[in-house]
Design a protein around this ligand. Structure first.
Ligand SMILES: Cc1cc2nc3c(=O)[nH]c(=O)nc-3n(C[C@H](O)[C@H](O)[C@H](O)COP(=O)(O)O)c2cc1C
Length: 201
């Protein structure tokens, strides 16, 4: 058995399940690389004052991310639903709590990639993906996109961008992840793990 050389953090937020399904595919891609393991984590909802109070820890699903997950992992895949063309507040809230890691330079030089899902086809996938890259660039992370050597990027009629994997979920958030979207999620996880292992070598 090949020993685990690098843990890759797959951190996502999901209400309806689209991002959860994508995160599992990204994690699958990570685990296809010998020596790499995926660490799946999520974040809690944030209380907004006009919304429900802070939600309890769910009975099932991955645990909530802690700062040490970011410190310990060799790379990061960050997944958020599109919210008004932007990253969802719970993930932004978590990232806003990483100032200490920024001061220490804990994430500088680590590879990272991003993925998202939308209700509408042109509802802001690219803007959301770019919004997610910004704090990671401030941390000094090395942003990985998806190269057009993946034929799915040209063939897709749903999600899939060079900025990161994406999914067109439909207004009811119930469309299945298409074969091309799925393949790009796996490719993204695989690419992250391969680069992390190369950097660690
Ligand atoms: C407050 C809010 C804002 C949203 N903004 C957008 C948007 O700008 N564009 C879009 O296409 N979908 C938007 N959506 C839909 C979600 O991005 C979409 O349903 C996504 O697949 C949800 O992911 P999840 O199932 O992992 O929660 C929004 C949903 C909510 C609740």
């Amino acid at each position: 058995m090949i020993p685990v050389v690098a843990d890759l953090l797959v951190l996502y937020y999901s209400v309806g399940g689209s991002l959860r399904r994508m995160a599992e595919l990204v994690a699958d891609g990570v685990e296809r690389v010998p020596g790499a393991a995926a660490r799946l984590r999520t974040v809690p909802r944030v209380a907004t004052g006009f919304d429900a109070p802070q939600s309890p820890i769910p009975q099932s699903g991955p645990p909530y991310a802690e700062l040490r997950d970011l410190e310990e992992c060799a790379g990061l895949a960050l997944g958020s639903p599109t919210r008004f063309g932007n990253m969802a507040a719970p993930l932004k809230h978590f990232l806003d709590g990483t100032g200490l890691l920024w001061q220490r330079g804990s994430l500088a030089g680590k590879p990272a990639c991003v993925f998202t899902s939308t209700a509408s086809l042109h509802g802001g996938q690219e803007t959301t993906l770019v919004s997610m890259m910004l704090p990671l660039l401030h941390h000094g992370m090395l942003i990985l996109g998806l190269p057009y050597t993946h034929a799915e990027l040209n063939a897709t009629r749903a999600g899939g961008t060079p900025y990161g994997a994406s999914h067109f979920a439909g207004v009811a958030d119930d469309l299945p992840v298409s074969a091309q979207e799925r393949s790009l999620c796996i490719a993204q996880g695989r690419r992250l793990a391969e680069v992390a292992l190369k950097l660690a070598a």
